[in-house]
Design a protein around this ligand. Structure first.
Ligand code: NAG
Ligand code: NAG
Ligand code: NAG
Ligand code: NAG
Length: 375
């Protein structure tokens, strides 16, 4: 037994070394997911090679400037030489985050990925420097179904969407843009997104209804079905209605939850006509003390949960609704006790807890605290 502590002492430095310098990339046992974190000092970039087998790859740059890669010949090299390699990749979902990326490097990556079978691309916490050049004629374009951007800034301001779009094939179905630095798109340059069914502009608290009009380039989203505007600085349902009418979009479902909504005094004050196709509307966690006037006359689904309704809405205050959700309003006793200690009760969510997950979590935390008798 005496020897065991000595052995431990011997092993300890080894363990510390391996704990201090982990491999930046880790490929899951099933070869499905591979995550690289290059935050450490002097990261070993070639570690990323082990992700070649993965279907889902996440790369975090630790806020690094990636200019160094521009010096390599790989950017000037003809991307077609990577075509066979890219075609062999199993990659379907790619996340790139936490870096300052020259636009030239980004388009180099997009061009090579154009030969792959990548379907979903997520860019987050990126600063794109320099202008995005137009693709050469022979470039195939990236056949994405889903593009997500969160906290991506572009040197070219509102022109970025049109510039990025040139590198994509027209089949994009889902576009999410959160924490955007500019949503004032140069609409004349944006081409239509003929297959786009879901546009999610949630988590842009500075957007507002004026910004929404600028972001929804008229006639560029002809196939839009779902529009999500959670926590997007929307002020009144009628204001949103007017913005939708101005842009000529016809969504079937509209999510206005987690906005601090005011109810307008008069029905039809704006005289707005809601999209004909609209059948699902979420107004949950919007701080509402009464049902807003001027809602669509008929809906399949209306979510008013987590508001501040002090009494049950009268039928004449509500649209004709198939599925009405009123949970978590003070007039429902059970709901009141459930939400009283919940900061979400205010309807407007603190900056750190806007996602549905965070809302669920804070509810769970409140519950745990009560069960365990924590202060
Ligand atoms: C990457 O590793 C750093 C420590 O080196 C850690 O602080 C950070 O949270 C990690 N990032 C991700 C996305 O895992
Ligand atoms: C970098 O990572 C690769 C692949 O994991 C490995 O073969 C190589 O030895 C590493 N180089 C250094 C200097 O750690
Ligand atoms: C947004 O991205 C930048 C890097 O471009 C980063 O420095 C910043 O912390 C990110 N902001 C948030 C709120 O994550
Ligand atoms: C009604 O809507 C709620 C919330 O969106 C959903 O959970 C529920 O399944 C719906 N009920 C029916 C009958 O469609």
């Amino acid at each position: 037994m005496e020897r065991a502590p000595c052995l431990l002492l011997l092993l300890l430095p080894l363990m510390l070394v391996s704990a201090a310098t982990p491999e930046p990339c880790e490929l899951g046992d099933d070869d499905i997911r591979c995550v690289c974190n290059f935050s450490g000092p002097q990261p070993n970039w070639s570690s990323a090679l082990q992700c070649m087998a993965a279907i889902e790859v996440e790369i975090h740059g630790g806020g690094r400037r990636l200019e160094q890669f521009l010096k390599h010949d790989n950017v000037n090299a003809d991307p077609r030489q990577f075509a066979d390699m890219a075609k062999a990749l199993r990659l379907r979902r790619l996340t790139v985050g936490g870096a300052q990326v020259p636009a030239l490097l980004l388009v180099g990556l997009l061009r090579v990925l154009g030969y792959s079978r990548l379907k979903e691309l997520t860019l987050e916490d990126l600063e794109i420097t320099g202008t995005v050049p137009p693709p050469p004629l022979e470039a195939t374009g990236l056949a994405l179904s889903t593009l997500r951007l969160r906290n991506v800034s572009w040197a070219t301001g509102g022109a970025w969407l049109a510039e990025l779009q040139q590198w994509l094939k027209p089949g994009l179905k889902v576009l999410n843009i959160a924490q955007a630095h500019s949503l004032a798109f140069s609409c004349e340059q944006v081409r239509a997104f003929p297959a786009l069914t879901t546009l999610d502009l949630s988590d842009n608290p500075g957007l507002g209804e004026r910004g929404l009009i600028a972001a929804l380039c008229p006639h560029k989203f002809p196939a839009l079905q779902d529009l999500a505007l959670r926590n997007a600085g929307m002020e009144t349902p009628n204001g949103v209605c007017a913005a939708l009418a101005a842009a000529g979009v016809q969504p079937q479902s509209l999510d206005l939850s987690h906005n601090s909504l005011r109810t307008t005094a008069h029905a039809g004050a704006s005289g707005c006509v809601w999209p004909r196709a609209l059948n699902s509307l979420s107004l949950s966690f919007a701080g509402l003390e009464q049902v807003p006037k001027g809602l669509p006359a008929e809906l399949r689904m209306l979510d008013l949960s987590g508001n501040r309704l002090n009494r049950a809405p009268r039928p004449d205050e509500l649209p004709k609704v198939g599925n009405l959700t009123l949970d978590g309003n003070p007039f429902l006793v059970a709901g009141a006790s459930r939400f009283q200690e919940d900061p979400m009760n205010s309807g407007v969510v603190p900056a750190c807890a806007r996602s549905p997950l965070a809302v669920g979590m804070s509810g769970t935390l409140a519950l745990l605290q009560r069960v365990r008798g924590f202060p």
